[in-house]
Design a protein around this ligand. Structure first.
Ligand SMILES: [Cu+2]
Length: 108
């Protein structure tokens, strides 16, 4: 019985290692709003990546997709997390200040 538990130990360790490598392949990025502008999102985005939208202004903003795939409300000094779940280019803007715009370009 003891040897069976020993035999199971290595595959379990390998499974844990594999899981942590898989998790590390998804990246987390921050897009900051300051001075009524979005900072530039990274050029290389992939499905599974996380964007943390951070509003450093004293005004309320949103990060809203033109195709309605996301709409993140951002009170002053707040953050909103979003996991990217689809490929393609999507333009976004702020619902309160439509001159604030940006674009995400997501590859598979
Ligand atoms: Cu705004």
């Amino acid at each position: 019985m003891g040897s069976l538990i020993k035999a199971l130990r290595l595959p379990l360790l390998l499974a844990l290692l594999w899981a942590s490598v898989g998790a590390a392949s998804a990246a987390e990025y921050q897009v900051t709003i300051a001075g009524m502008k979005f900072s530039a999102p990274p050029a290389q985005l992939h499905v599974g990546d996380v964007i943390v939208w951070r509003n450093d202004d004293i005004f309320r903003h949103t990060a809203t997709a033109r195709d309605k795939s996301f709409d993140i409300d951002l009170p002053p000094k707040a953050e909103g997390r979003m996991t990217i779940d689809r490929t393609g280019a999507v333009d976004f803007y702020c619902r309160f200040h439509p001159a604030m715009t940006g674009k995400l370009d997501v590859r598979p």
